[in-house]
Design a binder for this molecule. Structure first.
Ligand SMILES: Cc1cc2nc3c(=O)[nH]c(=O)nc-3n(C[C@H](O)[C@H](O)[C@H](O)COP(=O)(O)O)c2cc1C
Length: 206
């Protein structure tokens, strides 16, 4: 339309050095998800196609691009645990993304401590300052605008148990920045960190 605008239709390719899609929808929170295989093998992996979708009941979800172990496990057992990925745990989170066989315990791979959850069967990462125990609600296979099935599945879960390190609760208010969450950015190795100076306030219109 104009030389000031770059336009492309994704089905025909982006034509740039790197696909901008992930860099535009960024930074993204990370769904750091633990689950159990049907045979009891522990599993842990990060998913940045992740977000919260409802307040009551609280529902979160992530997209498995291809059938991955987390999806298979959550289909089999019906539950999972989400963990907050923080600056302190960044390297462990990254280690847990290794494309290893389903028989490998990523808690061990990443040097993390697995502790039992309170409500669900999947174990929790003891080192994570926040964790949500979740029960699977829906698994939806995505489809394109032509109605054809895409090799990606959305996994939704209801949060049925919430663990928060008391250090992060100040006068009854959860201190987002104090946890030093990390978010996924565009490039293959890019992340953003959240600190108190990133905060600004804007009241909603009535
Ligand atoms: C920060 C980060 C975000 C990721 N986000 C996704 C995602 O949204 N969807 C996906 O399918 N894989 C994603 N991956 C890759 C998976 O973590 C990787 O394929 C992992 O081995 C899957 O583990 P699993 O088979 O044990 O579930 C991401 C990796 C990293 C490091």
């Amino acid at each position: 339309m104009s030389e000031n605008w770059y336009f492309y239709e994704p089905a025909a390719g982006h034509g740039l050095a790197h696909n901008p899609f992930n860099a535009i929808i960024a930074p993204r929170p990370i769904g750091w998800v633990s689950s159990l295989a049907a045979d009891g093998t522990r599993n842990l992996a990060p998913y940045s196609f992740f977000n919260a979708f409802n307040y009551t009941p609280p529902i979160i979800g992530f997209a498995s691009v291809g059938r991955k172990d987390s999806l298979n496990n959550i289909e089999a057992t019906g539950d999972f645990v989400w963990h907050l990925a923080t600056r302190e745990l960044a390297e462990a989170m990254n280690a847990s993304a290794a494309g290893v066989d389903a028989s490998v315990d990523e808690f061990e791979l990443a040097g993390l401590t697995a502790v039992p959850s309170r409500v669900v069967s999947a174990p929790r990462v003891a080192e994570a300052p926040v964790a949500f125990e979740c029960r699977r609600t829906q698994v939806l296979q995505l489809q394109g605008s032509d109605g054809a099935a895409v090799d990606t599945w959305m996994v939704f879960g209801e949060v049925v148990g919430v663990h928060i390190d008391r250090m992060l609760i100040v006068d009854g208010i959860y201190d987002t920045a104090a946890a030093r969450p990390i978010l996924r950015a565009g490039g293959p190795a890019d992340y953003f960190g959240i600190d108190a100076e990133n905060l600004f306030r804007m009241a909603r219109p009535e």
